[in-house]
Ligand binder design. Structure first.
Ligand code: AMP
Ligand code: ZN
Length: 121
């Protein structure tokens, strides 16, 4: 586990390979994996390898990292089976804090898509 990880964080453990996941993508800064309880036919999570607790913790120093996640999401969405815009498309969600519905406190971007109906949402 890297020096920038939180040893108690489930997503840091996934990034480090200490908890198994179904990997979608990995590079030096980012990791993406399928959500274990999918809401939609396609549902994966994109996380920075760096432990950032939530969107509420994001500052100017994270601009490039967040930009990379957002710029990569459409490509991964298509690769994972989302259908093309405009008839297909996808939904991007970042739950933040208790009232925002955040359960795992390592910043993650949900990418959901595929034919409806969805299990939720
Ligand atoms: P959130 O409510 O935005 O914090 O969402 C956390 C998401 O992480 C939920 O959709 C969970 O299904 C998902 N999740 C939790 N543990 C795992 C895991 N071990 N592997 C994959 N997804 C997970
Ligand atoms: Zn973490």
């Amino acid at each position: 586990m890297s020096a920038h990880a939180d040893p108690h964080c489930i997503f840091c453990k996934i990034v480090a390979g200490q908890i198994p996941s179904r990997k979608v993508y990995e590079d030096d800064e980012l990791f993406a994996f399928h959500d274990i309880h999918p809401w939609a036919p396609v549902h994966f999570l994109m996380v920075p390898k760096l432990h950032v607790a939530s969107m509420a913790h994001v500052g100017p120093e994270h601009e490039a990292l967040l930009g990379r996640i957002m710029a990569l999401a459409p490509k991964l969405a298509l690769e994972q089976g989302c259908q093309p815009y405009p008839d297909g498309g996808f939904r991007i969600v970042v739950n933040t804090g208790a009232q925002g519905g955040q359960e795992v406190h390592h910043l993650h971007v949900h990418v959901m898509g595929g034919p409806r109906p969805w299990a939720r949402g």
